[in-house]
Ligand binder design. Structure first.
Ligand SMILES: Cc1ncc(COP(=O)(O)O)c(C=O)c1O
Length: 391
């Protein structure tokens, strides 16, 4: 019923992802090559036809749609009163950093992690303190080092922790038990816990994610969650997100920061798109998840037979695959550059995620199968050539 097969030419459409050379194939930034849900397109068309694009404010129906979505998809209904509209997750994170912490403070993250966290922290004059995730080379999984986390949260200058739940780029869905432990440690140390949950809807079957605001009341009172339809429905440039802050005092403070930074008002298309997504988008999302599951399987099978030297970290969420390349390369940034130069396949620069990011390539698989096959064959060609040249 929904089309995830047609390859759509996105060149010359101002697409950040597709601003590449004629023969290049971009599989880097977290942006899908699928059209969004037809229900969203229809709502946007109606709005465009209406033709008046004056100032807007989020209405109750918007916040209700977010609350209902979390109830239906994730089994917990956040109160609409807890929510604040914002123009995006990253703008909200930067604003929260400025409002709730001081220049020179420490902000804890867990490397390897979404590189823009570092920009938000360091461009605002705060220090990044990483509670590096611990990698198990045999199991190809990551775990939290809780002893180290406790030490870093206890440092006098630590005022905020930014969690990525589920975690980009490793594709891990944190368990409820892990989240409770992290939230309790933050609470014990008077460190506010900011949870970026932008990838929460894109989980693989059997790996449902736990929203941070669904934790027990005492814990969630010390948390802020950022959610958005932008990854789920491929509507990033509509600049729509919701900041969920259960505690009233903390919410007032966050709200003042967002308003002070002038990032709490929607553009003309934000609310209609988000409401259509949350109210009518569930069947499309279910179909998308099936396509992503097929794509994960295609990659896993291809790597097992054609490129066993690349090890795939089991992906529980996101459409970004994390591929370990240490068997033949110690510097994945150089390797990614080589792959692009040799074959035009454009992957992210993995060292930017810090931690052990330099041991990995990140591959965006949210594209039609034909494009994915093209990407995999380019990857195979480049790596075989690289190995030949390295001996
Ligand atoms: C973890 C994470 N947070 C935030 C964003 C971007 O959020 P926004 O476009 O709403 O600023 C991304 C995009 O890749 C992401 O992976």
């Amino acid at each position: 019923m929904y089309d995830f097969k047609t390859v759509i030419d996105r060149r010359h459409t101002n697409s950040l992802k597709w601003d590449v050379g004629a023969d290049e194939l971009p599989m880097w930034v977290a942006d899908m090559d699928f059209q969004t849900a037809p229900e969203i397109i229809e709502a946007l068309q109606k709005k465009a036809t209406f033709g008046i694009f004056g100032y807007e404010e989020p209405d109750e129906a918007y916040f209700e749609s977010v609350a209902n979505w979390y109830q239906q998809q994730h089994g917990f209904r956040p109160e609409p009163d807890w929510m604040i509209f914002s123009n995006g997750v990253v703008p909200a994170i930067s604003s929260i950093i400025r409002r709730l912490t001081n220049a020179g403070d420490n902000i804890v993250v867990q490397a390897p992690v979404y590189d823009i966290f570092y920009h938000s922290i360091e461009n605002n004059g705060r220090h990044t303190l990483s509670n590096d995730l611990v990698y198990d080379e045999k199991a190809l999984t990551y775990q939290i080092d809780f002893a180290d986390l406790e030490v870093k949260l206890a440092e006098p200058l630590t005022s905020l922790m930014i969690l990525c739940n589920p975690h980009n780029p490793i594709g891990h869905v944190w368990s409820r038990e892990d989240l409770v432990r992290v939230a309790q440690l933050c609470l014990n140390n008077h460190v506010i816990l900011l949870s970026d949950e932008i990838h929460g809807d894109l989980t693989a079957a059997g790996h449902d994610y736990t929203p941070i605001f669904s934790l027990p009341a005492a814990l969630r009172a010390n948390t802020i969650a950022c959610v958005s339809p932008s990854k789920t429905f491929n509507v990033a440039a509509l600049h729509t997100s919701t900041v969920i802050v259960p505690d009233e005092n903390l919410r007032n403070s966050v709200s003042r920061g967002l308003n002070n930074d002038e990032i709490a008002e929607p553009n003309s298309f934000a609310l209609v798109a988000a409401k259509a997504a949350y109210n009518q988008g569930a069947p499309w999302l279910a179909a998308l998840k099936q396509q992503l599951a097929r794509n994960r399987k295609i990659v896993a099978e291809f790597l097992a037979t054609e490129l066993p030297e690349l090890k795939l970290v089991p992906a529980e969420a996101t459409y970004l695959l994390w591929l370990e390349c240490t068997d033949f390369c110690q510097d994945s940034a150089k390797l990614a550059e080589y792959i692009r130069w040799e074959t035009g396949l454009y992957l992210s620069e993995e060292a930017v995620y810090r931690g052990n990011g330099a041991d990995f390539l990140r591959l965006n698989i949210a594209c039609p199968e034909r494009e994915l096959q093209d990407g995999l064959h380019r990857l195979q060609r480049a790596i075989h050539q690289y190995e030949k040249e390295s001996v």
